[in-house]
Design a protein around this ligand. Structure first.
Ligand SMILES: Cc1ncc(C[n+]2csc(CCOP(=O)(O)OP(=O)(O)O)c2C)c(N)n1
Ligand code: SF4
Length: 255
């Protein structure tokens, strides 16, 4: 009897699987939620997927949808241009925390400020993973990285960037903003679905940060990886919806 195959989202390209992420990587889980969300909303034929430089680029051929891979930090403006030229498409920009909060932060801020009708999904793994695990804007206080070998000191380097909180503060009415985690995939998928529905309903900017894992650069085993995601990251990054126009109220993240 042939081995039962794992169920993949219909919008994934089966011929490019197994994917190229390291074992235990968070990117694959976030993209599984995105794939299932695309399937359940029935938007595969009009979805456009953009990915950044960083480990997210390994997903350039991940989906069976029109896809584009951009320069580092530039996925948001590329996807904005595609959406403006083709308003009937559903445009998704996928990136890491370095791409969204460091080199591409100006694009995130300005597209959010203009209430562009696109969906940005950002995997926060607390490091610049693809280049070998340097400190990122989201590195946790005390976290050891290639460039903070004694742990991140908040004095000279500040505190981890609170992306969804910033986006919630600068967006107009109509924006959807949430932070989910790979430790709760059902919830993360529901946030991504609501973000896509926000765009489908023409309400404007939608943004989901997903707490993700990089065991390769964290140098953690499976148990340590999950402990870092569930217990350490959530001390600073609160999970929940920050703005949900469908619910017509601002929801405080759960503490
Ligand atoms: C303009 C430019 N600057 C710097 C780099 C080098 N670079 C490639 S990936 C990367 C960091 C990626 O980190 P992040 O965006 O957090 O994604 P991750 O790899 O963690 O998923 C950097 C600095 C580049 N490719 N292009
Ligand atoms: S280096 Fe980290 S983020 Fe990149 S594929 Fe490996 S586990 Fe994932």
């Amino acid at each position: 009897m042939p081995e039962p195959q794992p169920v993949m989202p219909r919008s994934w390209r089966t011929e490019t699987k197994p994917h190229k992420f390291c074992p235990g990587c968070g990117h694959g889980l976030v993209l599984k939620c995105l794939g299932e969300a695309i399937d359940e909303l029935g938007i595969q034929d009009r979805a456009i997927y953009g990915c950044d430089i960083g480990c997210s680029l390994l997903s350039y051929n991940f989906f069976n949808v029109d896809s584009v891979q951009t320069h580092h930090g530039r996925t948001t403006p590329v996807v904005t241009g595609i959406k403006r030229a083709n308003p009937d498409t559903i445009c998704i920009a996928y990136m890491g925390d370095g791409g969204g909060y460091a080199i591409g932060s100006q694009h995130l801020v300005n597209s959010a400020g203009r209430n562009e009708n696109i969906t940005v999904i950002l995997a926060n793994n607390t490091v610049y993973a693809m280049t070998g695990g340097q400190m990122a804007p989201t590195t946790m206080p005390g976290q050891k990285t290639e460039t903070t070998p004694y742990g991140r000191e908040t004095g000279p380097t500040g505190y981890p960037m609170l992306g969804p909180e910033m986006v919630a503060a600068i967006t107009q009415e109509g924006a959807y903003v949430a932070r989910g985690t790979i430790a709760n995939l059902r919830q993360l998928k529901s946030y991504i679905k609501k973000a896509l529905e926000n765009q489908m309903n023409g309400r404007g900017f939608s943004f989901v940060e997903a707490l993700a894992a990089c065991p390769t650069n964290w140098r953690t085993n499976a148990k340590e990886t999950w402990r870092f995601v569930e217990e350490v990251m959530t001390q600073h990054f609160k999970i929940g919806e920050l703005k949900n126009p469908a619910a017509e109220k601002i929801v405080k993240p759960a503490h």
